[in-house]
Design a protein around this ligand. Structure first.
Ligand code: AMP
Length: 292
């Protein structure tokens, strides 16, 4: 077995769990090449001085805060709960979920105030207690580390506070959300007081360019369209980023091909406006990376 190269940057990721697959996919999209067998404790990237360590996500905040590991990818929920001394570098736009307070479907509880003096089962006691304290409601928590949904049925709690993404697990267990405590997504963290040596700082900058390139690409789509040359000023008004589009003449006299990028969140309304303005043959391509 090869050893960890301590000159390389070290990045801790979740070994097995909800974030694992998307994290490895994100790293591969960033152009990093590595093997990831389930039994492995770490893998060394072939084309970047980076060691990827596979650990329990609960341990990531401590590894980073202590300086044993340079970087970590984990759910923001763990930072809210553990409040370690780490610094967030990037939101990674996956692993979306919310910490919610949920109650049995048939419960008489209608409002969070009805939870006064009640017991809430959760894996996130600090986040839960601070939410209720802020709302001046007194609750007790019982710490459950898995399958929190069963607690109300067992009679040990009147409500739960748990992570939810689609809500289907809650519904399957005859529970319904009452209120949200916070939203969470996967994030990249480093030490609060960066203990990185100069060389590692340079490597981190290079890695961040790759990560940001993948993230920017997620927010944009590349579009190509044909249009009569005279409507170009109208097209430019519709796509604000279309200040210097790539324009090539078409064989059909007076027609041009226009290429540009459009923001994902206004994508469909932009396409409709472009069509109304007279653009045709619109082709949309995903962008793999976008280095700004
Ligand atoms: P797990 O693999 O269940 O330990 O979850 C790992 C991380 O995935 C959590 O800490 C959250 O950041 C994230 N996550 C995303 N959606 C959910 C969900 N519905 N339930 C639990 N965790 C979720």
């Amino acid at each position: 077995m090869t050893n960890i190269n301590n000159k390389n940057l070290k990045l801790a990721v979740q070994k097995e769990g909800r974030l694992t697959e998307e994290t490895l996919e994100f790293l591969r999209k960033s152009g990093l090449e590595f093997e990831s067998y389930k039994q492995r404790l770490f893998s060394t990237c072939r084309n970047f001085p980076l060691e990827i360590l596979y650990v329990r996500d609960n341990d990531i905040p401590d590894y980073i805060a202590s300086g044993a590991v340079d970087l970590g990818i984990l759910g923001q929920n763990l930072l809210y709960e553990k409040r370690p001394k780490v610094k967030k570098l990037l939101n990674l736009r996956y692993g979306f979920c919310s910490l919610v307070v949920a109650i049995p479907k048939e419960s008489e509880i209608k409002d969070i105030k009805d939870l006064n003096n009640k017991t809430i089962a959760t894996t996130y006691p600090k986040s839960t207690l601070s939410f209720f304290e802020k709302n001046k409601i007194s609750v007790k928590t019982i710490l459950i580390s898995g399958s929190v949904e069963i607690a109300p049925t067992l009679g040990v709690a009147q409500a739960i506070a748990d992570l939810m993404s689609t809500g289907s697990t809650l519904a399957l267990n005859d529970l319904k959300p009452l209120t949200k405590i916070y939203d969470s997504e996967a994030i990249l963290i480093t030490n609060e007081k960066s203990t990185l040596q100069e060389l590692k700082k340079i490597l981190l900058e290079k890695l961040l360019i790759r990560f940001k390139g993948v993230l920017s690409a997620k927010n944009y789509k590349y579009i190509m369209m044909n249009a009569p040359r005279e409507i170009l000023p109208r097209l430019k008004k519709i796509v604000p980023g279309l200040k210097s589009p790539t324009i090539s003449p078409l064989a059909k006299g007076g027609w041009i091909s226009v290429q540009t990028v459009v923001k994902e969140d206004i994508f469909w309304e932009t396409i409709e406006k472009l069509k109304q303005a007279g653009a045709s043959g619109i082709i949309v391509l995903p962008i793999e990376k976008m280095i700004l």
